[in-house]
Design a protein around this ligand. Structure first.
Ligand code: AMP
Ligand code: ZN
Length: 468
């Protein structure tokens, strides 16, 4: 049985969706005022991994992700850059979609843009006002946290001593200043032409109410899983609970899944402090990008990931080892071989599931895979595999890849197919030359490859190549 760490109970719980094998999942999506950084993206890799594992275990999924295309930050950026809000947010939404594709992250069923759901937000706020959970003040509407006794539970906050009636207008604030927060913000000059009409006058929704309205619209008043990184626990997710449960009188979410931070130089990667790298900054080649996915996948999501050039390089060489193994398995052509592979496959599958079931412990699950990688390398070097057993192993590694998603082709690589064939031919001719001990021919071919950006390395396991 799958166990998940639920932030609400601060413990691992057996995962039992509300409706049999159907899982309804909401992920807080990006605020599209800037390029996503690799910390943001790592959180979406984790969501992807979770979705892949659920599918592998026979669950079906309905996944909604929002795009925050109107809030304090997007409006500020549009003003600073002097471009209309929609132009700015469309630009960064397109960049985000490209990043998702580069990282082999499967699509959500629905990407909901906040600006397309303003009516839903207004009617949720109206319900909260009618029920006495919200009040108007000078054209803005605030949520009265004193009305919601459970306020603070998700974040582990003690309401005692909180200022009754004190308000906060910003979307983001610290735990210490938990206050009545804005559901609707009256128009100010800084908002320029960004406003909608409502019974409280011109204004725009607060960030927190956006997610409540869109999640419940598409997933129902109560749904299974809600994700984000740990920075969203307070105030964002706490406020979502307060808004949704006050409006419906029903529990909002069954399992809260939060990813620990990706850090750089010892502190949290963040857009707001500029302490950040984008995927294109760290990913000069497809191999770098895939290594980043591998790095995130192979680290447990509740362990912080300290990103450095060195760990990326190490992940790159691990990926080379793995792809090399798959290539070698594909070329085994033998009817004689003594290795008994099926027991190893069955054992590895069992351990992999056991560890993934334990709150998605990918660090252990990947280690299980490596036991088999090592065993397979041994069989290959002893010539102990038949074509059939090599195929069984190859298929099993692809089965694990349904969950890990680490072997894939980037869109950039696809255009290179014909070139790759030429290059593969050159590599093969060079290997033949080496076999024939024709060193000058081999050296000449190596230089030709280098001119095409391919570096060759001869190792005990055979010839390896990489793009330079
Ligand atoms: P944002 O675009 O700022 O709204 O954030 C998008 C997603 O990235 C949210 O789920 C955040 O919780 C998450 N996030 C922000 N910073 C980090 C970080 N340093 N490491 C991992 N996830 C992060
Ligand atoms: Zn959200």
């Amino acid at each position: 049985m799958l166990q998940l760490f639920n932030t609400m109970s601060r413990s691992k719980e057996t995962f039992t969706p509300l409706n049999g094998k159907e899982v309804r999942l909401y992920s807080c999506g990006p605020t599209v005022y800037n390029n996503a950084h690799i910390g943001n993206l790592s959180t979406y890799v984790v969501v992807d991994l979770f979705k892949r594992y659920l599918s592998y275990r026979g669950y079906s999924l309905l996944h909604v992700m929002n795009l925050t295309d109107v809030d304090d930050k997007t409006i500020r950026a549009s003003r600073n850059e002097g471009v209309p809000l929609a132009e700015l947010t469309q630009r960064y939404t397109a960049g985000f979609m490209k990043d998702l594709e580069s990282l082999n992250i499967g699509h959500a069923d629905n990407y909901t843009a906040a600006t397309e759901h303003i009516d839903d937000m207004i009617s949720l706020i109206e319900t909260l006002v009618e029920k006495g959970f919200a009040y108007e003040s000078e054209g803005s509407v605030y949520y009265k946290i004193a009305m919601f006794p459970e306020y603070g539970k998700l974040a582990g906050l003690d309401l005692e001593g909180m200022l009754d009636g004190a308000r906060v207008d910003n979307d983001e604030y610290a735990k210490e200043s938990a206050r009545d927060f804005a559901l609707w913000k009256a128009w100010t000059e800084e908002d320029g032409d960004v406003f909608w009409e409502s019974s409280w006058g011109r204004g725009r929704p607060g960030w927190h109410v956006e997610c409540s309205a869109m999640a419940m619209k598409y997933l129902g008043e109560t749904f299974d899983v809600h994700t984000g990184a740990v920075d969203l626990i307070f105030p964002h997710h706490q406020n979502e609970i307060a808004q949704s449960e006050a409006a419906t009188g029903k529990p909002y979410v069954k399992y809260w899944l939060h990813r620990e931070f990706l850090n750089i130089g010892g502190s949290k990667m963040a857009k707001s402090t500029g302490n950040m790298s984008t995927l294109s900054e760290i990913g000069r080649t497809p191999a770098d990008i895939k290594a980043f996915r591998y790095l995130v996948v192979a680290t447990h999501y509740r362990t912080g990931l300290n990103f450095t050039e060195e760990v990326l390089e190490a992940a790159k060489s691990t990926m080379r080892r793995l792809t090399n193994l798959l290539d070698r398995l594909e070329t085994v052509d033998s009817s004689g071989g003594a290795a008994q592979v099926s027991d190893s496959i069955v054992r590895t599958r069992q351990l992999f599931i056991e560890h993934m079931d334990d709150d998605l412990n990918t660090a252990r699950a990947v280690a299980d895979m490596f036991e088999l990688v090592q065993e397979t390398e041994g069989w290959l070097s002893q010539g102990a595999l038949t074509t059939e057993s090599a195929t069984a192993l190859y298929d099993f590694f692809q089965e694990l890849n349904q969950v890990l998603g680490i072997f894939y082709t980037l869109p950039e690589e696809e255009g290179e197919v014909s070139l790759s064939e030429d290059l593969a031919d050159l590599i093969q001719r060079r290997e033949q030359a080496r076999k024939n001990r024709d060193w000058s021919e081999a050296d000449q071919l190596r230089d030709e490859l280098l001119a095409e950006g391919i570096a060759i390395k001869d190792t005990a396991k055979g010839t390896e190549w990489e793009r330079v």
